[in-house]
Ligand binder design. Structure first.
Ligand code: NAD
Ligand code: SER
Length: 337
């Protein structure tokens, strides 16, 4: 008899760690986690962890025979900057890996006669603004606008969204018996900021890096121009969004891809907020023109009206609350215990 479980891939990463904590508090179902790396010690008792590669087909085949997945949070990926350094590897992990997980979900949906819910975090990287004038003019983009990514990571995300739609609506469309399809849902996240973990390999990393460096009393040279604007969100809101979307009744969803966001802010305003909390911080700007190009191609704001309307999305942390009630107190405690 297969064991019922919720699967989280990429669980040792930033979102994964935050998600394990929340999910284990609200769901009695066992959590199986899969990542190249072990989950940190404090999460060990909350999940059953497998250290492994999502590209290992033998491992996935074994999981399919052992488990009955009610839901899959597929978080494993290479982020945007890292993907530009190894685009072919990024394609393997981000696309082939997602395809393999979609196949697991499709097979299990069919076998148990009930859709496996498949939650996929996409990104602002799915957009590509052609120039700064357009980024300024079309400030708040809707899901279907400017889908012209300029990064391998963005191309991977956009394509995997489409793969998810294919697997949930059109898979095996020519077979005589219509299969039970999986239930795919995706969120396009802005840059995420956690008080408890540090990002690596992303292009929105300058926000969290600036803040954590200030708390540690380290100098920070920001790799984008002061006037660079991007949307951001505090990590607890990202987890809330994943859980809310995963729990939304299927009839309420008019789309399978939803923008979610909280606040948009320039790098210089970000610095000012950091300085208010850590007045001794030493923050300079030393733009890396290649990473700057990626940031300039991402929209200044995400329009998340559809998520608000369809499944009641609303971030708990606006800019002020994110800094005052979540980021600053927790980061301060983390480095000044
Ligand atoms: P992260 O880099 O912290 O975590 C990703 C995890 O995936 C890592 O623990 C890594 O070891 C694991 N992984 C990579 N390749 C793997 C493989 N082949 N097999 C198994 N595990 C593998 O990233 P995160 O911030 O936690 O992001 C999680 C997801 O959310 C990703 O899909 C990312 O694209 C998406 N996302 C993140 C942000 C953000 O700002 N953090 C924004 C938008 C979307
Ligand atoms: N934060 C992510 C990155 O910069 C966006 O998906 O790669």
């Amino acid at each position: 008899m297969r064991k019922k479980a919720i699967l989280i891939t990429g669980a040792s990463g930033e979102i994964g760690q935050a998600l394990i904590t929340s999910l284990s508090q609200m769901s009695p179902m066992p959590i199986l986690t899969l990542d190249l790396h072990p989950v940190p010690q404090e999460f060990m008792s909350l999940c059953n962890h497998i250290s492994g590669d999502i590209l290992d087909h033998n491992l996935l085949a074994r999981l399919v025979t052992e488990y009955d997945f009610e839901m899959i949070f597929h978080l494993a990926a290479l982020l945007s900057t890292r993907s530009e350094f190894s685009p072919e590897l990024a394609h393997q992990v981000n696309v082939d890996g997602t395809l393999a997980l979609l196949q697991v979900a499709a097979e299990q949906s069919q076998r148990r006669g009930k859709p496996v819910r498949f939650i996929f975090p996409s990104s602002i990287a799915a957009y590509g603004m052609p120039n700064l004038a357009t980024k300024e003019r079309d400030r708040s983009v809707k899901e279907w606008q400017w889908n012209n990514p300029t990064t391998m990571y963005g191309c991977n995300k956009l394509y995997c969204e489409q793969l998810g739609i294919y697997y949930s609506k059109h898979y095996q469309q020519l077979s005589a018996n219509k299969p039970v399809m999986l239930d795919f849902r995706s969120l396009r996240f802005p840059g995420l900021i956690s008080a408890f973990t540090m990002p690596s390999g992303g292009t929105t990393d300058y926000g969290p890096e600036m803040l954590h460096a200030a708390a540690k009393g380290e100098r920070y040279a920001c790799f984008v121009r002061e006037d660079s604007v991007l949307p951001f969100m505090a990590m607890p809101d990202a987890v809330t969004a994943l859980l809310q979307l995963s729990a939304a009744p299927v009839e309420s969803l008019n789309h399978l891809i939803y923008n979610v966001t909280s606040f948009s802010i320039s790098a210089s305003d970000f610095r000012d907020h950091v300085l208010r909390a850590f007045p001794q911080a030493q923050i300079t700007f030393d733009p890396d023109w290649q990473r700057q190009g990626i940031v300039d191609s991402w929209p200044a704001e995400l329009n998340d009206e559809a998520a608000r309307r369809d499944w009641g999305w609303a971030p708990a942390y606006n800019l002020q609350r994110a800094f005052d009630e979540y980021l600053v107190p927790n980061i301060h405690r983390r480095y000044h215990r």
